[in-house]
Write a protein that binds this ligand. Structure first.
Ligand code: SF4
Length: 485
């Protein structure tokens, strides 16, 4: 039984074509991904220790995943010893129920959130709003996409697909809706100043702050947040209650492990040696402390992760969500994250979406959204074998009967025909005859959808040129020049 991920509303070809037709989106995504990939290259080139640290970090993550149950138990004990409350959540309903219970008990209405992919994964905002809470995203990118009614298009840059002009339009609309002054212009300082002004009020009035967690250090039960905006600290210290929703895979054994891991996500994701803020949270405010919440809740989210432990996909649990594989993927760089129809996009999204949400819901991703160029494998600091996982998911799609019957039939017939020399030669001759009407300038271009195999050939050639079957095949040339078959 997999966990839960929201199902896409439309099929992949529709989402892909919509993205391809949107030149603004393609420009924004291309600029962001090329910039981030270049930053990463420069960061590693100027920091020889980066590679060495990467190896240590990889070893720490693998060791942590291998002891996951033990580390979760240790972390939970230590959080509780410092006055925190620990809740194990099997899936989205458990998380929403817990937050709503706390809200009812505390008579809470307003929630501020810092960026968290775990809460995106389980559509926590929608569930809390259905329960009567007002939820405000406070990471700048998340705030933008919340106003746009969208989900993140990149793991670390949620509004990577938006231009400054589009952001200004969203902020202008928000200013009209709440009766405040719009941004002065569409410069970055003007846009961030508007967001800061709006969000300040939300922080001050919030009853509950919700965060994710980049790591959870088992030996002390310390939650670690790495961010480039101050919103993480505001969300976790100003409201009287802090609830952290953290995937069980984020647990690491010790501070020594954390020391080598802290740099990996910024180095690989944004090309920074360290993020602007590193927040270490060890429970609620204690006697004598000035800042911090009265209550701290750690919600450990499973949602299909634990069952990956003893499978060939266990290395996906070491993912640190750095986004590096997205930035080098030719498909992601062209269509952006929304085309994937999942909060997790790019190569890691192709793998995680079916693993967490079920293959039946997302079989189209491994099948169609990957060129198997292996760039993601080279970019991943955790050495996750993404191409192999994608191949394995494609294989499972066939063995679990999730491919279209017409496709299965096509390959079956094709395999039978080409299993004999006579079948191979006769189909080659037929194809040579049949292709005549569609060869232009030496290449085979678009063909009508009814040509056999139905839909498959037309679909393949709708976005590619292919060489036509040669006027003389190798076998025919051999027979003509050697007089032998
Ligand atoms: S799969 Fe690797 S490159 Fe992609 S987000 Fe995870 S750690 Fe980063």
């Amino acid at each position: 039984m997999a966990g839960f991920l929201p199902a896409p509303a439309t099929p992949w070809p529709e989402r892909r074509d919509r993205a391809l037709a949107d030149r603004t989106l393609r420009g924004a995504i291309s600029r962001t991904t090329h910039h981030l990939a270049a930053q990463r290259r420069e960061a590693y080139a100027g920091y020889p220790r980066g590679e060495e640290l990467q190896e240590q970090a990889l070893a720490s993550r693998r060791a942590g995943v291998a002891r996951l149950d033990e580390l979760i138990a240790t972390a939970s004990r230590n959080v509780e010893a410092r006055g925190g409350r620990v809740v194990r959540a099997a899936g989205p309903l458990d998380v929403a129920r817990h937050v709503l219970d706390v809200a009812r008990r505390r008579n809470a209405l307003r929630v501020v959130k810092s960026k968290s992919m775990a809460t995106e994964e389980i559509e926590l905002n929608r569930r809390l709003e259905a329960g009567g809470l007002k939820v405000r995203e406070t990471d700048l990118g998340e705030y933008i996409i919340q106003l746009a009614g969208e989900h993140p298009s990149h793991i670390i840059v949620p509004a990577a697909h938006k231009t400054r002009g589009q952001i200004r339009e969203l902020f202008d609309a928000e200013a009209r809706a709440v009766g405040t002054a719009p941004p002065a212009d569409e410069s970055t300082p003007a846009l961030t100043a508007f967001a800061r002004r709006q969000l300040r009020e939300d922080f001050l009035r919030a009853d509950i702050g919700i965060s994710g967690g980049n790591y959870l250090v088992a030996e002390t039960g310390t939650l670690v947040l790495i961010t480039n905006e101050g919103n993480g600290r505001m969300s976790t210290t100003l409201p009287p209650v802090h609830i952290a929703v953290v995937g069980i895979d984020k647990v690491v054994a010790s501070w020594a492990d954390l020391g080598v891991l802290l740099q990996q996500a910024p180095l690989s994701g944004t090309g920074q040696r360290l993020t602007t803020y590193v927040s270490l949270i060890s429970g609620p405010r204690r006697a004598g402390e000035l800042d911090g919440p009265d209550e701290f809740h750690l919600v450990l989210l499973d949602n299909g992760r634990h069952e990956l432990l003893d499978t060939e996909y266990a290395d996906t649990l070491t993912c640190i969500r750095c986004g590096s594989c997205l930035n080098v993927c030719p498909v992601f760089r062209t269509v952006g994250g929304h085309a994937y129809g999942s909060v997790y996009s790019g190569p890691i999204g192709i793998v995680l979406t079916p693993l967490l949400g079920g293959l039946a819901q997302a079989a189209e991703l491994p099948e169609s959204a990957c060129t198997l160029c292996h760039a993601c494998r080279d970019a991943c600091p955790m050495d996750i074998d993404l191409p192999q996982h994608i191949l394995s998911l494609r294989e499972r799609e066939v063995t679990e009967g999730l491919t279209a019957r017409s496709l299965d039939l096509t390959y079956e017939v094709w395999a039978r025909l080409w299993a004999s020399p006579a079948g191979y030669r006769s189909t080659t001759r037929l194809a040579r005859l049949g292709q005549r009407a569609y060869v232009r300038n030496g290449t085979l271009g678009r063909v009508p959808g009814h040509l056999p195999p139905p839909g498959l050939l037309a679909g393949w050639l709708s976005t590619r040129d292919a060489p036509p079957v040669a006027a003389e095949t190798f076998h025919e040339w051999w027979a003509r020049t050697r007089g032998e078959t």
